[in-house]
Design a protein around this ligand. Sequence first.
Ligand SMILES: [Zn+2]
Length: 701
Amino acid sequence: MIRKTLIILTIFCSMNMLNAQNPFLENYQTPHGTVPFNRIKTAHYKPAILEGISQQNKQIEAIINNPNRPTFENTIEAYERSGELLDRVSIVFDNLLSAETNDDLQKLAQEIMPMLSEHSNNLTLNEKLFARVKAVYVQKEGLNLNTEQKKLLEDIYDGFVSHGANLEGEAKEAYRKLSQTLSKLTLDYEENNLKEVNTYQLLLTSKADLKGLPETAIEAAQETAKSKGAEGWMFTLDAPSYIPFITYADNRALREKLYLAYSSKCSHNNGCNNLDLVKQIVNTKMEIAQLLGYKDYASYALRNRMAQTSEAVYKLLNQLIEAYKPTAQREYEEVQALARQEQGANFRLMPWDWSYYSNKLKDQKYNINTELLRPYFELSQVKKGVFGLAEKLYGITFKKNSDIPVYHPEVDAYEVFDKDGTFLAVLYTDFHPRAGKRSGAWMTCYKEQWVEKENGTKDINSRPHVSIVMNFTKPTENKPALLTFDEVETFLHEFGHSLHGMFANSTYRSLSGTNVYRDFVELPSQIMENFAIEKEFLNTFAKHYQTGENLPDEWIERIVNAANFNVAYACLRQVSLGLLDMAWYTRTSSFDGDVQAYEKAAWKSAQILPVVDGTSMSTQFSHIFAGGYAAGYYSYKWAEVLDADAFALFKEKGLFNAEVAGAFRREILSKGGTEHPMVLYKRFRGEEPSIRALLKRNGIN
Ligand SMILES: [Zn+2]
């Protein structure tokens, strides 16, 4: 995944020296002007943020009060380049809240986050500022702007308009009320979800009920029970507790019980019910979209996505159903056959049996033991492999620099040099879990890339400072960090995002690097995952950390084969969620029907497992009801189509083909959001993407 800060904006303003001790308010005296983490204290954030807000407000006032008529330079560019200080502080604050937080920082966030969101609202609601932006926008064809300038103008204009800036009188008031309603509804929705997950407990007191579970899951359940003052083993609806149970527990009745609890979250009469909120959120979003002149919410959301229209989204989803359904049906039957061998000929495979028997079948077919692979994936070797891959493809090199300050001793900082030796970027790596770091893996920036004019004349390319943060297996006293295969894939994924950041070469920061449309942003990351199952690549680094012997060919083959295990079922599962999302957000009239019935009808064509009454996805689908994925869930499959289609060119021309890599860098990685992604993609690939390469990769005919 990638992270972005909330604030759009940028550059240069004279540093007010009112707080000389505050490192944020000084020019950073560090290599490449990197963040002086060693000098930053919690007390520095708030004054620096307040100063940053005040500076940007002055910059905005200056734009508004400019006596000259609005031009691209004095309005659009000036707005883009405002708020440099605020950005440099909030980017550090925001990143450390995820990577190295503590109680003080969390407490401070409660105070600072509302300040930042109020400031950002004040900007988009500033009518005088919008009037100037619009004055430039309406004459955009006559302004002789280059492609990137035009895109910047359109994006900035859209940023105002999509928040109701073009509305007047009653409509504007209606928009304001609907937005407020929506944020309250989504908060309630999310809160109910959290409450439900935190309240549910399955306490087991008989050891026999734990049969089949791995030791780690049993220990964790014991700890959970203990922390709640109970004896025995407690399982919850949290993924790390739920997933092992549903995958390994031999006791079918308990699997069913936990599955039903999980799949009916927020649909009971227990004070956490989301059924009504689903209707209200769907209806409110539809009203907002229609107020802004769109037919439905999907059309509004898709205005800045690569797919562009609902038709294109449905086309993809339906193509995938048609291609994968027969295989998915076969996969289901194969899992059911195994279950029947164990349970008798009349056994009917239900949703709570799927993970359990799938996992058994996978073991039987491929016998890939995660633990056996680990010794071949020692972290420092993997790092050599991944950095080496970038060197092979792009000629870039990585040099560790211990003089660059870091926010934790486990973090390393590298200088990255281009193939001609020029400085390209700083890359921070942060690999292991610890208290204060949230779970998951992500890429982020401490400084993005842009071009500025020195003394108003010479172009200076301000190079990016990129960071990748993971939660990989830690080293122990006797063993170095030995990764799982999944962790190797995750490394490649985040590293792919980091290349998008490091190769950035735009003029404007808000169009630079990973600042691209949501359904395009995972292409650079996912394409890198393809290398993980290539023998040619694995052989460059996957060696036993003690004996030095290569990862045996036979195991590589098993990894490759297992990669497609139940791939069609998984695809249809994603497609069904995409269909549900689109069904809610392509509505053109308000909904007051039966949520669960509507849901079942919406994804029927992609359903493989028997449908169970009383279950409900919409009441717990935070991605689309509380997160940013409304009318966007299809993006996961969309990006997969892109990465398979793009990687097919490497497969065709050679895995490490420098020419293909060069084109990928030139047309995609360096371009950020300066042009529409379909234009960029076609320039790289010569044509629009098709699902053919994905089908081939997945072994679907
Ligand atoms: Zn990602």
